[in-house]
Design a protein around this ligand. Sequence first.
Ligand SMILES: [Zn+2]
Length: 112
Amino acid sequence: MVRHAARTFKECIHSPYSERGTVDDTNTASHNGLRKRCGCARRTWPKCPHSWHFNFKPRGGIGYRLSLDVELGRHIEGKTEAQTEADRIRTAIRSGTFHPRAVAPLDPSANP
Ligand SMILES: [Zn+2]
């Protein structure tokens, strides 16, 4: 078995970022607008069953605060999924195409 010292060194550099995932987490947590309103500790949010809330206010624009569950019409469980959806909503808000479902009830006749 041959070991290359250089390779081991490289892996050592990368492991703190790829393995723990907490570096990225703490950096974005306060900026991604995702939070829960339950009584659970923040660190248990990714695991607890309560719904995610999202708030975002673009510079110079209208701010939105909504429940992802209500907005999407389904329960978002994982933090990763919540972030994905929050990202999508944020993009829509920025481009002015976001129309919150929560304050605009669906027309019953529009149901398939
Ligand atoms: Zn909770």
